[in-house]
Ligand binder design. Structure first.
Ligand SMILES: NC(=O)c1ccc[n+]([C@@H]2O[C@H](COP(=O)([O-])OP(=O)(O)OC[C@H]3O[C@@H](n4cnc5c(N)ncnc54)[C@H](OP(=O)(O)O)[C@@H]3O)[C@@H](O)[C@H]2O)c1
Length: 340
């Protein structure tokens, strides 16, 4: 079978297309024929490494965490009725050598979740990292720790920074599904239209005059949850729009350090919660997968131009181009077609 591999960290020229034997599922695993592999920033960051020449954890690595495909065989202990099931895959390459940029993958069965017939391969391959990250951000508030469901966020206002991003898009959809009033910030008219299509109630261009004033006029008691992609750039804005018990859930880094005023933050019982999708507590991760699945089954997580997440398709041979597209901030979702 065909696979993309790298044997050293570095730029996209370390990626090679090779032939490998088909994997055999071990006990507790399913073997999946991958239809579409989803690309996220974590995939090129892992490939490049934190510094030049950083050694890899494995001799040979197949990139990409997310994907979708069909179960074609199962290992010992796995119900054989799963054979033939369409699935979406999460975190396939976390502390493993085997990502989704290949024709077949063997993976623990819990990391392959049923994809309903109405959901496209593109949708299945877009869920993993963005949806699980967004879920964690929305469930670190004191009153949302039990997870998300259709009315979990009723009465909440949520500010999604960067609503045209992949995580931002998933956060808008999940927050909207869970009943929140959703406000989002964007940098352009093009992204404003995408965020509206995604379902945001209010879209604010943060490059235009006084976004804090606009957001305060919508969330008069303050925003309950901020899903934050740029904590440094938005530090002053956030302080101006938070209310009692608000949470800023930070999932990305735009610098080394963040300065937060102590007294005003203390006065409002604010919480700054950092989020790393791979290392969230196991119980929270399991809940995230279950809640994302419930939202998926409700039809709440569609993808595509018309719902604010343009799709960019590449072939397996073009994996390097797909990584470059994500690295250069392609607007929307980058996908690799493997077998449809
Ligand atoms: N911690 C985790 O577990 C985790 C999980 C997933 C992703 N991430 C990280 O999160 C980042 C985003 O991932 P992604 O896949 O969503 O990327 P993406 O699709 O490129 O989206 C990033 C978005 O952030 C927006 N943005 C940048 N600066 C902003 C600001 N000051 N205010 C508001 N929006 C701003 C960008 O638009 P404009 O520049 O036009 O505003 C863009 O829409 C990446 O660095 C990724 O590595 C971390």
């Amino acid at each position: 079978m065909r696979a993309i591999v790298y044997r050293q960290s570095g730029e996209t020229d370390v990626l090679q297309l090779v032939e490998r034997p088909e994997p055999v599922p071990s006990a507790g695993e399913v073997l999946i024929r991958i239809a579409v592999s989803g690309v996220n920033p974590t995939d090129w960051k892992s490939r490049r490494g934190a510094r030049p020449g950083e050694p890899l954890m494995f001799e040979e690595v197949v990139p990409n965490q997310d994907g979708a495909g069909t179960v074609v065989a199962v290992g010992e202990g796995v119900d054989t009725s799963r054979i033939g099931q369409r699935v979406w895959i999460w975190e396939s390459a976390y502390q493993r050598a085997d990502g989704t940029a290949q024709e077949m993958i063997a993976i623990p069965e819990v990391q392959a979740v049923q994809l309903p017939d109405f959901a496209s391969w593109d949708l299945g391959a877009s869920l993993g990292i963005p949806a699980l990250t967004a879920h964690r951000c929305l469930t670190v508030h004191e009153r949302t720790r039990d997870g998300l469901h259709r009315s979990a966020l009723e009465g909440f206002s949520v500010l999604v920074a960067g609503g045209a991003g992949a995580v931002g898009h998933a956060a808008i959809q999940l927050a909207r599904w869970a009943g929140a009033t959703v406000i989002t910030t964007v940098s352009s008219r093009e992204k404003e239209l995408l965020a509206i299509a995604a379902g945001a109630h209010h879209v604010v261009n943060y490059r235009k005059a006084n976004p804090a004033k606009v957001i305060r006029s919508i969330a008069t008691k303050g925003v309950d949850i901020v899903v934050e992609v740029a904590p440094r750039a938005n530090a002053t804005l956030n302080q101006a729009i938070l209310g009692r018990d608000s949470v800023v859930a930070i999932y990305a880094s735009d610098g080394d350090a963040l300065s937060i005023p102590i007294r005003p933050s203390m006065g409002e019982n604010l919480r700054y919660q950092f989020v790393m999708v791979y290392t969230v507590p196991q119980e929270a991760k399991s809940r995230a997968v279950a809640d994302v699945q419930a939202a998926l089954m409700d039809g709440a997580l569609p993808v595509g131009d018309e719902v604010g997440l343009p799709l960019h398709h590449f072939s397996l041979e073009q994996t390097a181009e797909a990584h470059k597209a994500v690295e250069s901030h392609a607007v929307g979702k980058v996908l690799i077609d493997i077998s449809r």
